[in-house]
Every structure is written in structure tokens, then in C-alpha cells.
Design a protein around this ligand. Structure first.
Ligand SMILES: NC(=O)c1ccc[n+]([C@@H]2O[C@H](COP(=O)([O-])OP(=O)(O)OC[C@H]3O[C@@H](n4cnc5c(N)ncnc54)[C@H](OP(=O)(O)O)[C@@H]3O)[C@@H](O)[C@H]2O)c1
Length: 284
């Protein structure tokens, strides 16, 4: 099958590209770094020529509601419009568990993700929506963002300031304040498996939730991440702390009872990550 993976160079995108290639499919990773811009439409017509399936694993560089909405609305509209013209028969997109609830109550980044989902549902292109809980890989960004001056956590802090180290230094001072919420995080590899399996099935024209095996208080999850990194910062729950610019109800990030649960445990994943990071580069 010929499959275009928009955001195919990102965290989940690169894992999905590798899985699909291993399974023998013809895969095109599409991102600005490969000459395709889903927001402006640049390179889309050529990239989608002959594609049977499009997977959207892109993310916005802007985490505020206006910036994220501008990105997800224009980008999704372009992907659906060019996709329909190219005869795409399956549009798969990755979004976040709880998006619909958070878009109603708090808006912010989730308002933009909800707009993306609504465009997909209302288009004539058959689709499958994958809802995942918070990625294990994202917990580090949650920790760093929680120590910033605002105490708020941005949706793709990893994309924006945090992985580029801007706020990490200031976040190292003082205590981290986390919303009093529960999370049931999932390994990025498991998200990639869910997206791959969904892509290779028939379009469901529905949303399916995927999650990990364990529920944590957000502060406990962040504590485990800090401990693994020998980071001495203390963590405390703060009912006023915001997450993705949102105040959170305690169960607002949790999936429903029908979610598919993968078995990878956070602490096993932490150990494997730390082993991999301590190996000399040549041995990897
Ligand atoms: N973080 C979480 O815990 C979580 C949980 C559930 C769902 N999600 C969702 O998962 C999705 C993927 O997240 P991720 O962390 O894997 O993303 P990521 O690592 O930040 O990767 C984003 C990808 O999008 C591409 N991209 C950005 N702007 C683009 C544009 N204008 N045109 C084409 N490609 C563009 C980037 O490549 P270039 O920069 O080269 O363009 C990159 O390949 C997001 O939509 C997010 O909402 C996240």
C-alpha cells in the first residue's frame, strides 16, 4: 500500500514509518524538512499523488489556542482537500484522549485538536481517529514545564521551548507544581503500534482510545521521571496549577472503559531508556 505519513519525522511519525516499511509498504514521510508543508499546502499534491492512505501525525509549533487552531484547521483542510483529489481512501489521525471534554470546558490546545477532528468527521474521506493518552516520552516535558514561572504545561512543550532547553534551567530551581489529576500514560512505541494497526485495517469512521496499563497521580509520574534522571527537584500537587493552559478535573485525562490497554509499564520503559542512553553511541 502507498501511505503518506504527515509528521513522519516526528516522535510517533518516525516509529510508524519504520513499522510500515518493515511490513513492506511504500511509505512517504512528509514534513517541512522533506519539502512538504501541510499548513501552506507546499509539496502536498506531489506527495499525495497515488497515495491510498494518509496518516496525520503532525503537530503545531504553537501551543496557544489561536496558533494551534490556525495550524490544525488549515493543515487538516489541506490534507483532506488534496487527499480527496488524489483519491485517498483512508485518513488516519492521532489525537489526545479527552480532547472533546477539554475543548468544551477549557478550550486552549484541545480546542484546536477538536477542530481538527471535526473537520475529519465531516469530510467525505473515510477516516479512523486514534486517541492516545500522554506519551511516556512527554513526561519529561511536563516536569520541566511545571517548574517554569507560570506553572503551566504546554501541549507540545517538547516541540517548543523545552527540548530546546530554554526553560529547563529556570525549572531546575524550586518546586514543581502539578495539577491534582490522574494520568494513564502510554509508551510512544505502543502508540505507533496502535496507529499502524489502525492504518492497515478498514476505516472505522470512529474514534478508538489507546492507553497504558497504569494510572498515576500526575505528581507521582513526574516524581518517577525526576528520580530516573537523578533530578533533585521536589514535586507538589497544586489545585491551581494548569496543564496545557487548562485547569483539570481529576479524571479528565483518563480514557474510557473501552480503551485498548497496552502492557508496557512506565518504570520498565524508564529503565530501558536509561540503559539505551548510557550505552556508547557506537554500540547502539
Ligand atoms: N504529547 C502527547 O503526550 C500526545 C498524546 C496524544 C496525542 N498526541 C498527538 O500526537 C501528535 C504527534 O505528536 P508527536 O509528539 O509525535 O509530534 P512531534 O514529535 O512534535 O512531530 C511533529 C511532526 O510534525 C511535522 N510538522 C510540523 N509542522 C508541519 C507542517 N507545517 N507541515 C508538515 N509537517 C509538519 C514535524 O516535522 P517538520 O518540523 O520537519 O515539519 C514533525 O515531523 C500530535 O498531533 C499530538 O497532538 C500527543
Amino acid at each position: 500500500m502507498r501511505i503518506v505519513v504527515v509528521g513522519g519525522t516526528g516522535l510517533i511519525g518516525s516509529k510508524v514509518v519504520a513499522r510500515l516499511q518493515d511490513a513492506g509498504h511504500e511509505v512517504t514521510p512528509a514534513a517541512r524538512s522533506t519539502g512538504v508543508n501541510s499548513y501552506t499546502g507546499e509539496g502536498l499534491e506531489a506527495a499525495l499523488n497515488g497515495a491510498e492512505t494518509v496518516i496525520d501525525l503532525s503537530n503545531s509549533s504553537y501551543t496557544d489556542q489561536a496558533g494551534a487552531l490556525e495550524f490544525f484547521y488549515s493543515s487538516t483542510l489541506n490534507l483532506l482537500t488534496y487527499g480527496r483529489a488524489a483519491g485517498v481512501g483512508h485518513h488516519v489521525a492521532l489525537s489526545v484522549v479527552g480532547t472533546d471534554r477539554l475543548a468544551q470546558t477549557e478550550r486552549g490546545y484541545f480546542f484546536a485538536k477538536d477542530a481538527q477532528e471535526t473537520l475529519i468527521r465531516r469530510s467525505s474521506v473515510p477516516y479512523s481517529l486514534v486517541h492516545a493518552t500522554q506519551f511516556f516520552e512527554f513526561v519529561r516535558s511536563i516536569a520541566d514545564a511545571a517548574g517554569g514561572s507560570s506553572g503551566s504545561v504546554g501541549p507540545d512543550a517538547s516541540v517548543a521551548s523545552l527540548s530546546r532547553g530554554r526553560s529547563a534551567a529556570s525549572a531546575r530551581q524550586g518546586r514543581l507544581r502539578l495539577a491534582e489529576a490522574s494520568v494513564q500514560p502510554i509508551a510512544g512505541d505502543d502508540v505507533a503500534a496502535a496507529v499502524t494497526e489502525t492504518t492497515l485495517g478498514e476505516p472505522t469512521n470512529a474514534t478508538r482510545e489507546f492507553t497504558g496499563p497504569e494510572i498515576f497521580a500526575l505528581r507521582d509520574l513526574v516524581r518517577l521521571e525526576l528520580r530516573a534522571r537523578q533530578d533533585p527537584r521536589e514535586v507538589e500537587a497544586d489545585p491551581l496549577a494548569r496543564y496545557f493552559g487548562n485547569t483539570l478535573a481529576p479524571d479528565e485525562l483518563l480514557p474510557g472503559p473501552d480503551a485498548y490497554r497496552f502492557s508496557t509499564r512506565f518504570e520498565d520503559w524508564l529503565r530501558a531508556r536509561d540503559r539505551a542512553e548510557s550505552e556508547p553511541a557506537a554500540a547502539r
